[in-house]
Design a protein around this ligand. Sequence first.
Ligand code: IMP
Ligand code: MG
Length: 174
Amino acid sequence: MAERIEVLLAEEDIDKRIQEIGDQISRDYAGKQVHLVCVLKGGSFFMCELAKRIKVPVSIDFMSVSSYGGDTQSSGVVRIVKDLDEPLNDKHVIVIEDIVDSGRTLSYLLDMLRSRGPADVRLCTLLDKPDRRVVDVRVDYTGFEIPDEFVVGYGLDYDQKYRNLPYIGIVKFD
Ligand code: IMP
Ligand code: MG
C-alpha cells in the first residue's frame, strides 16, 4: 500500500529538545557516570544525538527485543533478540527508547534490567503516546508527548522504512 509522511516534529525542534534533555541529565547525574542502554533499532538515532550532549562521563551498550512485526499493533510478546555486552552492576543506567506506546516492552525490559544489580535505572524516551498506555511505566525523561498516530523517522520505522528521516512524521494511508 502506498503511504505518505506528514511532518509532526521538525528536525530543529527535535535537536533543541535533545539538547534540553542532555542538559537535564548532566545536572541530575553531576559527579557520576551514566550507562546508556539503547533499545535497538529505534533508539539508536536518539541515543547518539543525546550522548553527544551529556557532559558527565558516558558508557553505552545495546540490546534488541522484539515486540512488533511488519504491523502497527503491539503483539504483547517480548523476546530478547540481542542481550547487553556488559553487566549492569552498580551502574547508573538510563534506558534509551524511541517511543513508549502500550508500555508492554518497557515494563518487561525495566524489570529485567533492575534484576541485574544496577545502582539505579531510569527511562528516557524521545516520544511518548500516553493515550495508548496499557501497562503503567514511569518515564523519567520524555522528548515529546504525541497523539495516537503511527509515526516514523529519527529511528522509528514502518516496515523497516523511514528510520533515516531527520524529522518525525505521521504515516498517512490514503
Ligand atoms: P510498546 O511495547 O507498545 O510500548 O511498543 C514499543 C515499541 O513499539 C517501540 O519501541 C517501537 O519500536 C514500536 N512502536 C510503537 N509505536 C510506534 C510508532 O508510532 N511508530 C513506529 N514504531 C512504533
Ligand atoms: Mg523501540
